[in-house]
Design a protein around this ligand. Structure first.
Ligand code: 4NP
Length: 169
C-alpha cells in the first residue's frame, strides 16, 4: 500500500470489512469519489483492508463493481489484510460491522494507536439502530444496492465531518 508520510498534513482514512472485496472497497471508492468531486484529493489519504485474509490479492467483487459503476463510481485495488502498522498510519479506521469493530479493537489493544476506530453508519441518519453495514456476500444484487445507499449516505456525512478536521493546505 502507499503509506502516509510521517508528518503529512493529510487526514488518513482506512475503511475495513471482513473480506475487503465488497463493503470496504465500495466505501473507499465512494469516499474517494466524493473527495475528488469536492476538489479535496490532496487533503486525504484513503485506503481499505479486511480483517480476514481469504481474499488477499483479489479485485473487488464484480457485484460491488457493477453497482458502483451504475452510480458513476470506479472501484480499484486488491484486497489486503489489516496490519498493526495501519493503526499508526491512519487517523480514522472506519469499520462496517461490530465483528470488524471487535477485531480491530483487539488488534489495537496495547498498540499505542491514536486512531479513531468507528462504525461507518454512525454517520448514516437512516441507521436502524445496530449501525452495521450488512455483509452482502451471500445475498443477491439487491443487497449490494442497499449497501451502496448506506455507504453513500454515510460517506457524505463522514466527509462533511472530516472536512473540518482536514488540513487546509
Ligand atoms: P466483505 O464481504 O467483508 O464486505 O468484503 C465478504 C467477502 C467474503 C466473505 C465474507 C464477506 N467470505 O466469507 O469469503
Amino acid at each position: 500500500m502507499d503509506s502516509k508520510p510521517r508528518g503529512s498534513p493529510e487526514t488518513a482514512v482506512l475503511f475495513v470489512c471482513l473480506g475487503n472485496i465488497c463493503r470496504s472497497p465500495l466505501a473507499e471508492g465512494v469516499f474517494r469519489h466524493l473527495v475528488q468531486s469536492d476538489g479535496l484529493k490532496h487533503r486525504f489519504h484513503i485506503d481499505s483492508a479486511g480483517t480476514g485474509a481469504w481474499h488477499v490479492g483479489e479485485a473487488p467483487d464484480g457485484r460491488a463493481t457493477v453497482v458502483a459503476a451504475r452510480h458513476g463510481v470506479e472501484l480499484h485495488g486488491q484486497a489486503r489484510q489489516i496490519q498493526t502498522a495501519d493503526l499508526h498510519r491512519f487517523d480514522f479506521i472506519i469499520v462496517m460491522d461490530r465483528d470488524n469493530l471487535d477485531n480491530v479493537e483487539r488488534l489495537a489493544e496495547g498498540s499505542g494507536s491514536a486512531a479513531q476506530i468507528r462504525l461507518l453508519r454512525e454517520w448514516d441518519p437512516q441507521s436502524n439502530g445496530d449501525r452495521e453495514v450488512p455483509d452482502p456476500y451471500y445475498g443477491g444484487p439487491g443487497g449490494f444496492e442497499n449497501v451502496y445507499q448506506m455507504v453513500r449516505r454515510s460517506c457524505q456525512n463522514l466527509l462533511a465531518d472530516l472536512k473540518g478536521n482536514a488540513a487546509s493546505h
